[in-house]
Design a protein around this ligand. Structure first.
Ligand SMILES: [Zn+2]
Length: 134
């Protein structure tokens, strides 16, 4: 229960990002760091309290990783390294915070079936864990 209570408090504390237009904004950076932490806490909570959804998502992530790493496509898109100016919530990371912004892995190399599977499994896990964090 400690994990859940702690996570709920954390989620409540960082429910809203700073709305100011400044870039960089220290408070927005803190929000993003807090949500990267929340992402990992959410995976742990999923493993304990929503194991079906978490297992389905973990399997979809592994499949996506395999496809991206074994891609022989010569025109693998390198995503531009954008400065993080916007607020990103834990619910927005499909793989992990690090991998989602990795310039060497591209979601464009996924088959449509795997991309759909990943998005569906992600949505189900976010709903199941998100419910527990309210
Ligand atoms: Zn601000």
């Amino acid at each position: 229960m400690f994990l859940l209570e702690d996570a709920r408090e954390h989620a409540k504390m960082y429910a809203r990002p700073c709305g100011c237009p400044r870039t960089p904004c220290h408070r927005r950076n803190m929000f993003n760091i807090a949500h990267i932490e929340l992402f990992y806490i959410a995976q742990a909570i999923g493993a304990i309290y929503a194991s079906d959804e978490q297992q389905a998502l973990d399997a979809a992530r592994r499949q996506a990783m395999r496809e991206m790493e074994s891609s022989t496509s010569k025109d693998v898109l390198v995503k531009p390294t954008r400065r993080i100016v916007k607020a990103i919530r834990w619910t927005e990371y499909l793989l992990t915070p690090e991998l989602d912004s990795s310039p060497t892995l591209s979601f464009k190399t996924l088959t449509k079936a795997t991309a759909t599977r990943l998005k569906r499994a992600h949505r189900a896990q976010v709903q199941a864990v998100g419910r527990l964090l309210r």
